[in-house]
Structure formats: structure tokens, C-alpha cells
Design a protein around this ligand. Structure first.
Ligand code: NAP
Length: 247
């Protein structure tokens, strides 16, 4: 099956995805930025369930660190066949009056530039044009790209709009090279990300406004990602799955 790289695989949606991909038979490269303990915990959980995984540190917004991460994957000798661009950040909820260039650029550097860099390196390895055996990419976007996150983090929402356009454009660019590129747009999912916005309990505060009246679990998003990467989705590219409880 080859290697599946999951950026931000150490917790939340990335962690759930890494565990499920290992169960499907991939060797999982668990990328993380700061928390080596969490990443090692995912590798151990995968190993305990009989799978194969290794942790790889890289700040995806830093081109040299991204290159080093892909070099480390190459050194395993196993081909990269799947990429889940999942690592993402947001900051304290605010309105536009409190947004400054430094924050906006940090959000875009990770959520957009980081996704581009990882896509570029994955395409170089997967593409038939470069002698690769093909592969699949899933970009984790957000329902915020449709809804805009007003009064919370429009900068984050806009970064996810860019991710969606990347997914559409890249899917068309590499469709004839054996690579499928799709996106998922989660809604309110129970992870630690909401604490970064200053409201750890955000999902429970707003869930009653959702058609399904509940938040989602990381595993529910992971299932969609795993399906999009699988042969069961062999004729699907440039598509988006909404995982937002109907919103
Ligand atoms: P999370 O729990 O906050 O986890 C974020 C992960 O990304 C961590 O593993 C973190 O690693 C890693 N990370 C952050 N910055 C990084 C960087 N520069 N380089 C490499 N890794 C980095 O997030 P989550 O809620 O699971 O979200 C995962 C994805 O789903 C994100 O793209 C997010 O925008 C999207 N999403 C989430 C929700 C939701 O409700 N949770 C909704 C819609 C979309 P360290 O801990 O080591 O720093």
C-alpha cells in the first residue's frame, strides 16, 4: 500500500486518520510540529494494533523542513502513495479590527503555503510523469470556507477557501498523472483546536444550531478521508465531502 503521510497526525482529526489508515495497511508517517509525546503515542497505538508507523517532525510552513520530511520518507525505501494535508491552525476569536498582518500571515503560511508545499513534494513522488506509481491526496478544509467564520476567525476561513481552490486546480492538473485530489470540509468536531480560538467548549455551545444538533467526532471525518484515499473512490477527483452535520 505504501506510505501515507498525515500532517498534524499527532492529535484530533489527524490522529484518528492515522490510526484508520494503519488499519487499512498503510505505513503511516505521523507528522507533528511541537508535541513529540503525542506523535509517539500515535505511533505506539498503531504498533500495538499490529500496524506500521513512524513520527516525523516538520513545521509545514517552513520549506526546508518540508523537504527534510519528504527526504526522511524517501529514505524508508517505501513509496509515498497517500497524503493527508491536515495540519492547520487558528488563533483567538476576534473581529477584523483586531487582525494584524503577522497573525494573518502565520495562518496563511501554515494553512495554505504548507498545503501547497506538501502537495508539490507528493506530486513529484507520485506522478506518472516523474516515474511514480500514482497516489491520492486529501486536503482537509473546513465548512468555514463556505460560512466565513464571522466574528471568530475570518482569516482562518479565508485560508480554507484557498485550500478548496488548491484542491480544484491541482485535481485537474494531475488527473492524467495517476493522482486524485479531493477535499473534506468538517464542521464542528470535538478536538483541541477550539482551545486555540479561546473557547475549548465551542462545539457544545453552538451544536444546537446544527441540523443534526450534535458535534462530530474526529473518527467520523477520518472515515471519509480514508474512503477518498481508497480504491473505492477510484473515479473521484476534485470533489468535496461535507462533514458538518447538515450545515
Ligand atoms: P488540532 O487538534 O488542533 O491538531 C492540530 C495538529 O496540527 C496537531 O497535530 C499539530 O501538531 C499540527 N500542526 C499545527 N501546526 C503545524 C505546523 N505548522 N506543522 C506541522 N504540524 C502542525 O486540530 P484538528 O481540530 O484535528 O484539525 C485538523 C484539521 O481539520 C485542520 O486543518 C483544521 O483546520 C480542520 N478542521 C477542524 C475542525 C474542528 O472542528 N476541529 C473543523 C473544520 C476543519 P503539534 O501539536 O505537534 O503542534
Amino acid at each position: 500500500m505504501g506510505i501515507a503521510l498525515v500532517t498534524g497526525g499527532s492529535r484530533g482529526i489527524g490522529r484518528a486518520t492515522a490510526l484508520q489508515l494503519a488499519g487499512e495497511g498503510y505505513t503511516v508517517a505521523v507528522n507533528y510540529h511541537h508535541n513529540i509525546q503525542a506523535a509517539t503515542g500515535v505511533v505506539e497505538a498503531i504498533t500495538e494494533q499490529g500496524g506500521r508507523a513512524f513520527a516525523v517532525r516538520a513545521d509545514i510552513s517552513d520549506e526546508s523542513q518540508v523537504m527534510a520530511m519528504f527526504d526522511a520518507i524517501d529514505r524508508t525505501g517505501e513509496p509515498l502513495t497517500a497524503l493527508v494535508n491536515n495540519a492547520g491552525i487558528l488563533f483567538q476569536q476576534c473581529t477584523i479590527e483586531d487582525l494584524d498582518a503577522s497573525r494573518i500571515n502565520r495562518v496563511l503560511a501554515t494553512n495554505v503555503t504548507g498545503y501547497f508545499l506538501c502537495c508539490r513534494e507528493a506530486v513529484k513522488r507520485m506522478s506518472h510523469r516523474h516515474g511514480g506509481q500514482g497516489g491520492a491526496i486529501v486536503n482537509v478544509s473546513s465548512a468555514a470556507s463556505r460560512l466565513g467564520a464571522p466574528g471568530e476567525y475570518v482569516d482562518y476561513a479565508a485560508s480554507k477557501g484557498a485550500v478548496d481552490t488548491l484542491t480544484t486546480g491541482l485535481a485537474l492538473e494531475v488527473a492524467a498523472q495517476g493522482i486524485r485530489v479531493n477535499g473534506v470540509r468538517p464542521g464542528l468536531i470535538y478536538t483541541e483546536m477550539h482551545a486555540s480560538g479561546g473557547e475549548p467548549g465551542r462545539v457544545d455551545r453552538v451544536k444546537s444550531a446544527l441540523p443534526m444538533q450534535r458535534g462530530g467526532q474526529p473518527e467520523e471525518v477520518a472515515q471519509a478521508i480514508v474512503w477518498l484515499l481508497s480504491e473505492k473512490a477510484s473515479y473521484v477527483t476534485g470533489s468535496f465531502l461535507e462533514l458538518a452535520g447538515g450545515k
